[in-house]
Design a protein around this ligand. Structure first.
Ligand code: XUL
Ligand code: CO
Length: 434
């Protein structure tokens, strides 16, 4: 056992009036919200990469964190896992998520890398036997190593396609073995820098074929989790093929995967795409494709993916409002795809960051539940669309044609009068709950 976090013990719920910086003030795992415990609604996950593998670099300077487990050996990888589970226990975290590269050292060839991963999976499986923290999802890092600089499944070199396919197979096996509830594919470099050297149509076909093989393999091994694609518009590629939820859904439809693959939506990626998080969530819900969420916060000025811990209750409340209204996260969860600021060096910073994120999400969830219980938004929406409850309106969506509709407009002298959208009244209404 490691003792990286010193005398920090299990974080407990102490209520909104607590001044203890190492206590939950809003996240009370057992509290029932709309018939379900907060823990079961939110399904929090810690992201292995940001918390334990990220060195604190930025474009102007490297490592600030200097963790004792940094380095590419199996011994250090195991120390990292020990520290990770130390933190999961302190936070009482229900889930975690990983990339292969977060938890195993890279080998000198594919076979050694695969062996390292398998040994680490056995180690994690052992750790999970004495921990309550489960695996929300696993994924493959197909973007950091220089071999992936021109993409993974969309790389012009078929050997990179092959290497990526073999890597994803090992990561799906790892996720399955650890009881993962989903498998995620974020297309880190599935995109391009310039069309001058890119055949977009061919690359999209390759990506479609790749994802079809992933789905085939899921069924072959009897993996019952969801396969999730994570949209992001740019960074690291200038143009990424999985731009946003709507683009991803169009891609899934083109390659016949819309009933097999759902979406993992991230707050910061939504902002980079010029959307709000709730826009992305509502889009996925409208398509029947909501899978899971990566919760974080993006800087609104920088234009980079800043992956900060969430700290804005009204934003988070609207995200959970749509999720709750649609019936919840199902097998998905709330993964903190969020990292410390690079000056936040101390172990306590990692704990405080997660406490803050979990509390903000709890506040958002409770506000969303109150909105739904009050029903004002749904009433306003029902009223706004109530015209569609007439037979004539319903017929336009089933039997009518442009001819029959035109006849009716003429016969009844239909002359629509604009009605208020009541945005400010609704904004004021929301402010009662957040
Ligand atoms: C990158 C990102 C990834 C994915 C998993 O912006 O969000 O961490 O969540 O590969
Ligand atoms: Co993410």
């Amino acid at each position: 056992m490691t003792n990286f976090f010193g005398d920090i013990s299990r974080i407990e719920f102490e209520g909104a009036d607590s001044t203890n910086p190492l206590a939950f003030r809003h996240y009370n795992p057992d509290e029932i919200v709309m018939g379900k415990s907060m823990e079961d609604h939110l399904r929090f996950a810690v992201a292995y990469w940001h918390s334990f593998a990220w060195p604190g670099g930025d474009p102007f300077g490297g490592e600030t964190f200097q963790r004792p487990w940094f380095g590419e050996t199996m011994e250090l990888a195991k120390m990292k896992a020990d520290v990770a589970f130390e933190m999961f226990d302190i936070l009482n975290a229900p889930f975690y998520c990983f990339h292969d590269a977060d938890m195993r050292p890279e080998g000198s060839n594919f076979s050694e890398t695969k062996r390292n991963l398998e040994e680490m999976v056995d180690y994690l499986a052992l750790k999970m036997e004495s921990s309550r923290t489960k695996l929300l999802w696993g994924t493959a890092n197909l973007f950091s190593n220089r071999r992936f600089m021109s993409g993974a499944s969309t790389n012009p070199d078929p050997d990179v396609f092959a290497y990526s396919a073999a890597t994803v197979k090992t990561c799906m096996d790892a996720t399955h073995k650890l009881g993962g509830q989903n498998y995620v594919l974020w297309g880190g470099r599935e995109g391009y820098e310039t069309l001058l050297n890119t055949d977009m149509g061919q690359e999209l076909d390759h990506m479609g074929r790749f994802l079809n093989m992933v789905v085939e393999y899921k069924h072959k091994i009897g993996f019952e989790g969801e396969i999730l694609v994570e949209p992001k518009p740019q960074e690291p590629s200038k143009h990424q093929y999985d731009f946003d939820a709507a683009t991803c859904y169009g891609f899934l439809q083109k390659y016949g995967l819309e009933n097999e693959v759902k979406l993992n939506l991230e707050q910061g990626h939504a902002i980079l795409a010029g959307h709000s998080f709730e826009h992305e969530i509502a889009t996925a819900i409208a398509m029947g494709a909501l899978g899971s969420i990566d919760m974080n916060r993006n800087d609104y000025q920088s234009g980079w993916d800043t992956d900060q811990f969430p700290n804005n209750t009204p934003e988070v409340a609207l995200a959970y409002y749509h999720i709750l209204k649609a019936g919840g996260l199902g097998k998905g969860g709330t993964n903190f795809d969020a990292k410390l600021r690079r000056q936040s060096l101390d172990p306590v910073d990692l704990i405080a960051a997660h406490i803050g994120g979990m509390d903000i999400c709890a506040r958002g969830l409770k506000a969303a539940a109150k909105m739904l219980e009050d029903g004002g938004m749904e009433d306003a929406l029902a009223e706004r669309y109530s015209g569609w409850n007439t037979i004539e309106a319903a017929n336009m969506l089933t039997n009518d044609t442009l001819d029959t509709i035109t006849d009716r407009v003429l016969a009844k002298d239909i002359n629509p009068e604009p009605r208020s959208g009541r945005q400010e009244i609704l904004e004021n209404y929301i402010n009662r709950f957040v």
